[in-house]
Design a binder for this molecule. Sequence first.
Ligand code: NAD
Length: 302
Amino acid sequence: MRIAFIGLGNMGGPMASNLARAGYELALFDLDANKTETVQAAGAEAGNSKISITETAAAAAAGADIAFTSLPNPKIIEAVALADGGLLSALHEGAVWIDLSTNNLECERRIRAAAKSRGVEFLDAPVSGGIEGAAAGTLMIMVGGDASVFERCKPVLNKIGNRVMHLGEHGAGYVAKIAQVVLCYLNSVALSEALMLGVKGGVSAETMLGIIQGSTGASYVANRYGPAILDGSYDPGFALGLAHKDMALTLELASSVGATLPMCEQVEAIYKMAVEQFGFDQNHLMAVKILEEQNGTFLRSA
Ligand code: NAD
């Protein structure tokens, strides 16, 4: 089994490292050549010498049975796949392309059609679990596409996630991912408003967070992201620009399936403002800084 892995960032890097540790022959490509080093090191530590670094997506894909992509947004996914000398130009008939990125249905239709025209199978397989889940191999993987192709690829997917689910037709994975991840952003904004209310009313941010974590307001966001607001790090594990991308994808999906989501519209506007004010590459919880600046109060531990 030969595997290509394209996009070795916060998520792709640790996922590919787990495949390297599992002993697969891997061909890696990332625009940023430094990103391939940790994967190579993980393979070397596990005694896997079958890892090569390539200079293009096509070179990684040549001869691969499965090609994974973990890329920032639909435009880049499409460019990497469809360009002359791109991923699909090199994959052989019968190979499987598995996109682990968070993506939209319009892009899915175009890339699947292009894959089909070359006899390449396609699965949408976005993930949840963050960088910790990617490192630990405990991601949730939500897969859409042909059931028999999914079964064929499941042993490999089991090396990067421990909750690997086939949800149905093509696109079902992308839909489930977006419908799930939207709560992360709504919840982050809601958490910051609850903390702000408490702090403005004279309860310390730390006490307020503890109360939220132990009450009906408890959530992954309160447990995992609350401390990253209070220590002012705003969580470096995920980029603000990618968070805004997810909110924009939510509104696109809502429009294409005919759903009206007023809270999502407001939260998308907050993330958009944060990207404009602080920059794409800042940490995702910088969205909270918008509220902090509006209130002239920073939510910090004493
Ligand atoms: P990232 O920005 O850390 O990584 C993306 C990688 O793609 C980078 O290494 C970049 O150099 C590379 N890249 C960009 N353009 C390229 C191109 N044309 N060719 C080859 N490589 C290219 O992003 P990430 O956080 O790893 O996220 C990747 C995907 O996973 C996104 O779709 C994101 O929404 C999704 N996701 C992220 C998280 C998370 O917690 N970080 C969780 C779930 C899903």
